[in-house]
Design a protein around this ligand. Sequence first.
Ligand code: F6P
Length: 566
Amino acid sequence: MATLISDTAPWKHLKTHVGEIDKTHLRDLMGDADRCNSMMLEFDGIFFDYSRQRATVDTVSKLFALAEEARLKQKINSMFNGEHINSTENRSVLHVALRASKDATINSDGKNVVPDVWKVLDKIKEFSDKVRSGSWVGATGKSLTNVIAIGIGGSFLGPLFVHTALQTDPVASKSAGGRQLRFLANVDPVDVARNISGLDPETTLVVVVSKTFTTAETMLNARTLREWISSACKPQAVSKHMVAVSTNLKLVEKFGIDPNNAFAFWDWVGGRYSVCSAVGVLPLSLQYGFPVIEKYSKGARSIDQHFHSAPFEKNIPVLLGLLSIWNVSFLGYPARAILPYTQALEKLAPHIQQVSMESNGKGVSIDGIRLPFEAGEIDFGEPGTNGQHSFYQLIHQGRVIPCDFIGIVKSQQPVYLKDEVVNNHDELMSNFFAQPDALAYGKTPEQLQSENVASHLVPHKTFTGNRPSLSLLLPSLDAYRIGQLLAIYEHRIAVEGFIWGINSFDQWGVELGKSLASQVRKQLHASRKKGESVEGFNFSTTKLLTRYLEASADVPSEPTTLLPKI
Ligand code: F6P
């Protein structure tokens, strides 16, 4: 019988230890310079400060004992060694191979996968160079200066995050040279309208990104844009205007995309971990050029090596993962706010939501035993100052939400105004430095009284403090740093899953909703085409569906093709 981590002595020691931590306040913990100093480290330009965690040096050593008990080191090694750690899908988990150097050896099922990875990367380089230089043109002879990447979930969120972060980087934006990259994810026709708005099909390349090439949303969107292209040009135009990224090359061909224009990846790459495969590298190279994206992969590689080899006390993803476990499973804080102090990282939180919540939102252990504790955490976030004027009220005086503060030393786009007290980036960063202390220290009734605050307002203006956060300070935000940040979060989430003893690499929880939607799809078809009444659903769903069908009775039962026009 497999043992759950919650049955082990290190877990129980940490449970007891909560009582000791409850007697402390961050206001006092922060006064111990030696403690704080031991909770700061630097790797390859990234400065990490976790002194504002509700933890002591003793907590950290107890977390290391938990890591030992969970066999964290062995599990990390198993991942890098290509063992089938995704046991429910019988697959290895090798996104680290996607950013390995050409001469590295990483085996999956006895085969070094790195040459295959580089074969695809070289093909992307060649193809993206051709499109960008105008030697690959559309069906009517025009250069393809716009790209729409169709995909959802992991085939969308990671590439969108990287694209948004690179857009304002001077090197990347110069290299983009006025090209456009858009993402069509939602099956909502409104998203189609937004994506094609203002674009000319004759100058647009569509990249269909889907690991399985069966995802309903992506395939309908792909058929929609195939229609958009072939009706504007000619049906034969598809071979010049549509390419694909998938593990399922047979279905790519069946769809009508030339297999020569397909870019492969492999089942050992999880969708949400696929941004360094052709999923991200193709659209991003088309936009920014392969050399920029290669730098991004190198950043991720630097963290992969650090994660694999650094001792736990100096290992940023390991420490981050263990501290998350402490916050979620012991201190009882189920959520985490991701708060980058740069607009360029506005899509970091949406990406990490999928990586984290699809990976660790599980109810059973890897051996199928129902967990007696909650795994996973609720991730959300916004760029810092926007969040401050939105949900920070709750994190200062309402619920306790551990926060990740992410700051950048040098802005991608500095602004200096001659009469201002500080430059614009310093203004932004003032908040990055102030907020963690406001959360940690709070403000006492005594302080308020000494400021002559009216007594009836004292309770309202009191801040309890003792609210944990951590800070990551990056020297800049170029492609390399973006790659580092991505890999830090990916590995942190793996560490959490390894400790909880779950499978962070499957996603069975998305299946039930999909199959019920297919039942509804059949009903909508039968009702619209044959006037059949709604049957086989519970009372509430029958009522809602009937209402929907009645209220949209003007939808033609045999429609001619209609595409959005805005
Ligand atoms: O949401 C479920 C999921 O399977 C994700 O894991 C995946 O990233 C997404 O759908 C898209 O899948 P595909 O790349 O196969 O279209």
